[in-house]
Design a protein around this ligand. Sequence first.
Ligand code: PA5
Length: 363
Amino acid sequence: MTPAGTPPHDLDDPEKLAAADPSDFLRAVEALPAQLGEAIGLARAVDDLPPAEGLTAIAVLGMGGSGISGELLRSVLAPLAPVPVVTIRDYDVPAWVGPGTLVFAVSYSGDTEETLSAFRQAAARGARIVAVTTGGTLAGEAAAGGYPVVLVPGGLMPRAALGYVGVPPLVVCGRLGLAPGLDAALDEAVEVATRRAAECHRSVPAASNPAKALAARLVGCLPLVWGSEGIAGAAAYRLKCQLNENAKVLAGWATFPELNHNEVVGLYRSGRDLAPNPAPFGVVVLRHEGEHPRTSRRIDVTRSLVSDSVEFIEDVWARGSSPLARLLDLVTTGDHASTYLGIIRSVDPAPIAAIDILKAALG
Ligand code: PA5
């Protein structure tokens, strides 16, 4: 939370904004639409993809800013792909990973130990692997093993490289015929994200900038990000992580309908009545027109139920007609808003000392 009495940062003052974001992290956030387009080209150019015949599952191996690519793929492919898609954020792969599994080993640095461990296990089990990385150990070992590698540009914080790490698995699944209509969806996603990024750009004043407005609402709140299971859930998880890393705040996330069966009770002081919990919850609900109708109804009922016990509850609606475009639209707003919240809180959005120190301590 922002300490009481901290003056709100003027996001519309370019000099103050530059001073609060010395490495210009915001520029990388603003570049997401261009990155999406570039990543599509890189992934379309990779040769020697594994066959799709006899595939039984798709697994994405990756942690943090790279692992989110698994949530993108899982949520977009769920209604399309003939096999399940699972994200694995751990050292070990489940027992079912084998020759029938298409595995994406995704690590921006190429040196994340959990991803490398899972990659090696998947290789030992004969899985069909595609690596996505800027280089590092993963690129070397994948190339040595004869697996295709989508090499993406380096020099970014992994969480600012979502286009580079998130798009190649989608493109590869499209090329393998696992996700009909994905090419058109990718084109629409670039267009929708471009439009949203323009609206959220630093040059657009807070009065008409949805990301600046959302960041301002979150000041002093404990953010809870909700979305319906699927693409909004994936975007909610992304925003929760971006609030952690860009704004340096704790945040919660949960999905409908599941949150109606647990999290909603935590907004109250007691289970006997609706006496509000004193914590200053600020609830952001990520919405899109493809929600299950009963989930939309649940969101309406939940809003009226909790509105007295939270600082605010606000819907953020996705644009676009395809699930992928809607997902990337929500991500674009959230990435900008979390960065602006860091700036408002006078914390540099870029550094993530806790992660760096942990990695160094673990060798
Ligand atoms: O945001 C970050 O920097 C982290 O979440 C990293 O993405 C995570 O530690 C994994 O590293 P990499 O993306 O290089 O595999």
